[in-house]
Design a protein around this ligand. Structure first.
Ligand code: DQA
Length: 142
């Protein structure tokens, strides 16, 4: 499962210099192509709602082999998302399009990354592709 947090539905128009010009639909397409090439089924979703994202995270335990999440702004604020991430025992990777450690002070702290196996950031849409490779490795050793 790949979960995208708030405002990521606006990718392609939103702050292009920071986030690139690909829309979320385009990122979904390349993520599914990459997953298919590794024989993995990919469920890709986005929500602006913290509770809905938490419900998606909960569903990973029973229905998915692993999780890639771009929690967007909730990265820096949400202990609730961290608790949800810690509650599931499946491989988990946090991703960001931008390098959050070179940006504003308030973005340099990722609360949610304390609940995942690893973090990939700063590669634009390639962060998604790298995370799919890494997750495939964690789950299937390939
Ligand atoms: C982001 C980085 C966050 O700080 C920001 O709030 C986002 C996008 C990224 O992918 O670079 O919405 O998660």
């Amino acid at each position: 499962m790949i979960i995208n947090g708030p405002n990521l539905n606006l990718l392609g128009n939103r702050e292009q210099k920071i986030y690139g010009d690909k829309s979320l639909d385009e990122i979904e397409k390349i993520s599914k192509q990459k997953s298919n090439s590794l024989n993995i089924d990919c469920f890709f979703c986005q929500s602006n709602d913290e509770g809905e994202i938490i419900n998606h995270i909960h569903s990973v335990e029973s229905s998915y082999d692993g999780l890639i999440i771009n929690p967007a702004a909730f990265t820096h604020t949400s202990v609730a998302l961290l608790d949800a991430l810690r509650s599931i025992n499946k491989p988990k990777i946090e991703i960001h399009l931008s390098n959050i450690y070179t940006r504003e002070e308030y973005r340099k702290k990722s609360i949610t990354s304390e609940g995942v196996d690893g973090l990939i950031c700063g590669f634009g849409s390639l962060s998604y592709i790298l995370a799919i490779e890494a997750l495939s490795n964690l789950i299937y050793n390939k």
